[in-house]
Write a protein that binds this ligand. Sequence first.
Ligand SMILES: Nc1ncnc2c1ncn2[C@@H]1O[C@H](COP(=O)(O)O)[C@@H](OP(=O)(O)O)[C@H]1O
Ligand SMILES: [Mg+2]
Ligand SMILES: [Mg+2]
Ligand SMILES: [Mg+2]
Length: 355
Amino acid sequence: MSDYLSSEQNVAVAAVRRACKLTTSVFNNLVKGETLVKGDKSPVTVADFSAQAVINTILLRAFPHDPIIGEEDASDLRTNELLRTRVVDLANEALSEKPNVEAGEEPSWGIGQKWGADDLLAAIDKGNYEGGRSGRMWTLDPIDGTKGFLRGGQYAVCLALLVDARVELGVIGCPNLPLDPSSPDGARGALFVAVRGHGTHQLPLFPTLSADHTHIPLRMPTLALSQLRFLESVEKAHAALDTNARIAEVLGVTEAPARMDSQAKYAALARGDGNGGVYLRLPTGVGYREKIWDHAPGSLLIEEAGGIVSDSRGQSLDFGLGRTLGENFGVVAAGKAVHAQILEAIKGLGGAPGI
Ligand SMILES: Nc1ncnc2c1ncn2[C@@H]1O[C@H](COP(=O)(O)O)[C@@H](OP(=O)(O)O)[C@H]1O
Ligand SMILES: [Mg+2]
Ligand SMILES: [Mg+2]
Ligand SMILES: [Mg+2]
């Protein structure tokens, strides 16, 4: 682990690990009535709420002065007692496990104890910060890819530290991602840590042996255009998948795309899984504003593994505009050798849906 932001790394890794343990166990026991549909028609579950309660509780105690931009808020829990009770129980189960001092956990982070409903709901609502260009702030997606989570597919618990609108630390836990991409049916659960200027590393999400704490450095492979395989969303409403197919044709990419939910795409790309090569998220043309928590940690994973991330027009992602990426539309993440050519191909299709 690098010395730069070492205590932030420690706290973020521990918080994401505790949240991932929680989401994994909720998935195995999720019952009807524990999923709500939000105002924008997207789903949210007791696992999203309780993961945000756990991570925010820890961040609040470890770094009391840092604001948090989190996806969820507690308003639905204030009016739904059944849901509130379940979220409080789940969060307390995760928080009350005694601190693993060997792994660097500290009791002062609010762990090893239970919290009251008011404290936990307030912790969730601490994620209401509006963001901005200056200062330190965290951004949290307690479950990215909620639809993937519900399907038993890929999802990710995603946390990033921004300093003056630049991502300095990104931590992503992927409970359903194979630890070793060469054995897709082997152990699942991978954790990714990227630190600005210090690379991207992978480690097991649920370590059992002390050797499991070894950080493995990740470098994106250098691929030619014809070797690329596209990584894209599962959800058609999230990205213009038909346009991706046209771009693949233009570039001479013949491999079928790999579809997965969440920022697990960034992780798989940073690791070079199955010759990924490019994550293409073209806007669907409805004016959707990308959220900063959907891209902050993932983009640093790519940059620190040697790749480039831009929006679909080649602009750098601007994390200083608040909760959304403002005028950035879509995302193109790829290796240095091919990123510019992919942007050219997108430009060449000007007028296609989403461009
Ligand atoms: N119309 C839309 N266009 C693009 N992204 C959208 C969208 N509606 C929702 N999303 C975002 O897409 C994320 C999932 O991305 P992906 O398709 O790569 O799995 C969601 O994160 P959550 O699941 O955290 O809500 C949500 O923020
Ligand atoms: Mg959501
Ligand atoms: Mg998300
Ligand atoms: Mg989410």
